[in-house]
Design a protein around this ligand. Structure first.
Ligand code: NDP
Length: 315
């Protein structure tokens, strides 16, 4: 049988390119988990994904209720789950004021981290049951959360501090909307959420890899300067960012190339190692990359896991 893979945020950018790459192999049925059903269907059609190899299911990560419904609907569909890709994200670098999810969490961390945290926890049992040759849970990370890199050192830097804002509920009322308890900064909130994604992947690995055989991994696919992620940025930035990445930093990758990298992490029989953060070198070869001190802090990962469990209603 074909493998079944759920990709969140597959309506554009990296998620869409990955959906295409996996659907084209003929070995995967791709479930595009998207908040805008029509947009996702149109996107799949316009990029030429064969209808037989994909379906769209509604998922709004900014609502925990929607995440729970998605997990129920997936089970009802009767499709076994073999791989889950947590890819969707929002990035609000120019926002002056915080905005919030349905449950009142700051939107970037609420969507990128808490929505995915609940989704991955709910679907873990389904993944466990898969009889596919390999089963994987992939959470897309980023260089920007890694302060051991040049890109990760562009201010404002990621920093989760002692997680006091998160513990307080990130709601901007009793607590700060920022994980570290500081003033709202949209760019930092995104970077913080990516650190959470990378810490979560490692904590999953420590808790569940041995028992379940599931491969947990994260990756930095390269700088895909053309995706919708930068849609909220000022026009001058959007104009200059792609050539800057292409010619100056040389970190630029096309959406297609980035999609084939993520598809590799999902399905390449050689990339079965768990607990790993993958990157690619100049020749497009994958290698295990080092995470920053904070993004590999096991104690912080544990604390993040426990607070997140409470916030999403699992504990
Ligand atoms: P895009 O903005 O193109 O894609 C983001 C996707 O997330 C869209 O499909 C969007 O849906 C979806 N999404 C946003 N909010 C929600 C929500 N509440 N519920 C469900 N889906 C939602 O950006 P990219 O493709 O660039 O980003 C994909 C991933 O790649 C992210 O995790 C990002 O952090 C990571 N990344 C990107 C890099 C880059 O250079 N672009 C570099 C490193 C990592 P909709 O279409 O409805 O808006």
């Amino acid at each position: 049988r074909k493998g079944n893979v759920v990709i969140t945020g597959a309506s554009s950018g990296l998620g869409l390119a990955t959906a295409k790459a996996l659907a084209e192999t003929g070995e995967w049925h791709v479930i595009m988990a998207c908040r805008n059903f029509l947009k996702a269907e149109k996107a799949a059609k316009s990029i030429g994904i064969n209808k037989e190899n994909c379906s769209v299911m509604h998922l709004d990560l900014a609502s925990l209720e929607s995440v729970r419904q998605f997990a129920d609907n997936l089970r009802r569909s009767g499709r076994p789950l073999d791989a889950l890709v947590c890819n969707a994200a929002v990035y609000l670098p120019t926002a002056k004021e915080p905005t919030y999810t349905a449950e009142g969490f700051e939107l970037s961390v609420g969507t990128n981290h808490l929505g995915h945290f609940l989704l991955a926890r709910l679907l873990l049992d389904d993944l466990k049951k898969s009889d596919f040759p390999y089963k994987r849970l992939i959470i897309v990370g980023s260089i920007t959360g890694n302060t051991n890199t040049l890109a990760g050192n562009v201010p404002p830097k990621a920093n989760l501090g002692d997680l006091r804002g998160l513990a307080g509920g990130l709601n901007g009322i009793q607590s700060s909307p920022m994980i570290d308890g500081g003033d709202f900064d949209g760019a930092k909130a995104y970077k913080d959420s990516k650190v959470c994604n990378m810490l979560t992947m490692q904590e999953f690995h420590r808790r569940y890899h041995e028992e379940t055989g599931i491969t947990f991994a994260s990756l930095y696919p390269g700088c895909i300067a053309t995706t919708g992620l930068f849609r909220e940025h000022i026009p001058l930035f959007r104009l200059l960012f792609p050539p800057f990445q292409k010619y100056i930093t040389k970190g630029y990758v096309s959406e297609e190339e980035a999609g084939s990298r993520l598809a590799q992490v999902v399905s390449d029989p050689n990339l079965t190692k768990s607990g790993v953060y993958w990157s690619w070198n100049k020749d497009s070869e994958s290698f295990e990359n080092q995470l920053s001190k904070e993004a590999s802090d096991a104690e912080k990962a544990k604390k993040l896991w426990e607070i997140s469990e409470k916030l999403v209603g699992l504990a």
